[in-house]
Write a protein that binds this ligand. Structure first.
Ligand code: PLP
Length: 401
């Protein structure tokens, strides 16, 4: 009998979002307002759907049928990605890897490295980074990660480690705090990584939501970052692809360790582990770069940001303390003093039918907050506003503040 991977038993909690789904099940009959998981709320643009359909129909003809595609993605999509942004940093097609989204890439990228690994994680941050290292056995009770305090007192910017680390997971704009690293802050990390021979795994899932002038869209805007960073991008939130699945990873050819090249290893990894992303989906992703579609997608992002801003302003006007919401569709709401994150989650759900995500689910420095998603429609915002107004008027919030 084979032994099962015992590292799974060290995952001492259920995956955050499945736990939340479970918790809200008994309340489904209520008129819930979901500000929780942060999935998209707006439909796919029709021309993108048309591009996908057309590509599906190509499969029905002997002349245009496509079988297995290139493992690292079709050239047409790589070209569109390069033209849109990465060409100006000097990248080429071999450095662009088409993926099924950020999650399936960033959770396995560490397999290119040899254990033991010192892993640095923002606290709070997207929980999949931590969990995947626990499963791999590169984080356990002995090999603890270096948690980068990213709390309110630090303006939600992560604190540089005071030890040498191997892998650094940075997410900007950040899930869950909504804070985004400025050029000056990000440069500190590139300098640290170059000095300590660390690799930065840069999660840019919310890049499309950046509005601040001093916030870089890509880590490659920082000088010399090509020697120490890998960037992960996705069409999930920027183009409504959470259900279609497509993204890309930018892995520079300039990173070498002990005579091995990171880009070559990742290429090898992809050829072994992947048979490529579906051709129609890559055609759909290509369509997102069409100038007219870009305008429509920007409008979609703006409408999400508008709802986020309305929600944040409404909460602030009610006297509630919020953070984020400027460069990301997330608002980090301070819980009333007598509630921890989970208690406030339960309270909002049970008493008011509001679904949020407890900040502590993203790490201990997320304690005392809940995350609200602004990936919502106007109707959801209106409902949320009324519910929060009722909550504040009831005096319950005040009583616990
Ligand atoms: N990274 C962060 C920070 C996220 O919040 C999410 C999704 O919520 C992902 C990655 C997953 O993105 P994808 O849909 O591209 O797998």
């Amino acid at each position: 009998m084979p032994n099962l991977n015992s590292s799974f038993s060290h995952l001492n909690h259920r995956y955050l979002f499945s736990l939340i789904s479970e918790k809200i099940k008994p309340f489904q009959h209520l008129d819930l307002v979901n500000l929780g998981i942060g999935d998209i709320a707006r439909p796919l643009l029709k021309p993108i759907a048309d591009a996908i359909s057309l590509a599906v129909y190509e499969m029905t003809s002997l002349e245009t049928i496509r079988g297995y595609g290139p493992e690292t993605g079709y050239s047409f999509l790589k070209k569109a990605i390069l033209k849109d942004e990465y060409q100006k940093f000097g990248f080429c097609e071999d450095e662009i890897f088409i993926s099924e989204g950020i999650n399936p890439e960033i959770t396995v990228f560490h397999e290119l490295f040899q254990a033991p690994l010192k892993v640095a994680l923002q606290d709070p941050s997207y929980p999949a980074y931590y969990d995947t290292h626990v499963i791999a056995g590169t984080i356990d009770s002995v090999n603890r990660p270096c948690f980068l305090n990213t709390n309110h007192d630090l303006g939600f910017y992560p604190e540089l480690p005071n030890e040498k680390v191997d892998l650094i997971y940075l997410c900007s704009p950040n899930n869950p705090t909504g804070a985004a690293l400025t050029k000056k802050e990000l440069k500190k990390w590139v300098d640290y990584a170059l000095k300590n021979e660390s690799i930065i795994l840069y999660d840019g899932a919310y890049e499309a939501f950046i509005t601040s002038e001093d916030v870089p869209r890509s880590i490659f805007e920082i000088e010399n970052s090509k020697k120490c960073a890998v960037e992960f991008r996705s069409f999930s939130k920027s183009a409504g692809f959470t259900g279609l699945r497509c993204g890309y990873t930018v892995c520079p050819i300039d990173i070498n360790f002990s005579k091995m090249n990171l880009n070559q290893l990742w290429t090898k990894y992809k050829t072994i582990r992947s048979n490529g992303v579906s051709y129609p989906i890559q055609r759909g992703a290509e369509k997102t770069f069409d100038p007219q579609i870009q305008v429509a997608l920007k409008e979609q992002i703006q409408s999400y940001l508008k709802q986020t801003k309305y929600l944040k302003t409404a909460l602030n006007e009610m006297g509630l303390e919020t953070f984020g919401g400027t460069d990301a569709p997330f608002i980090f709401l301070k819980t009333p003093q007598s509630y921890n994150s989970w208690q406030f989650f339960d309270f909002l759900l049970e008493e008011f039918g509001i679904v949020v995500v407890p900040g502590s689910g993203f790490g201990q420095h997320g304690e005392g907050y809940v995350r609200l998603s602004g990936l919502i429609t106007e109707a959801t915002f209106e409902k949320a506003k009324i519910k929060f107004e009722t909550l504040v008027k009831s005096g319950l919030y005040e009583a616990h503040h």
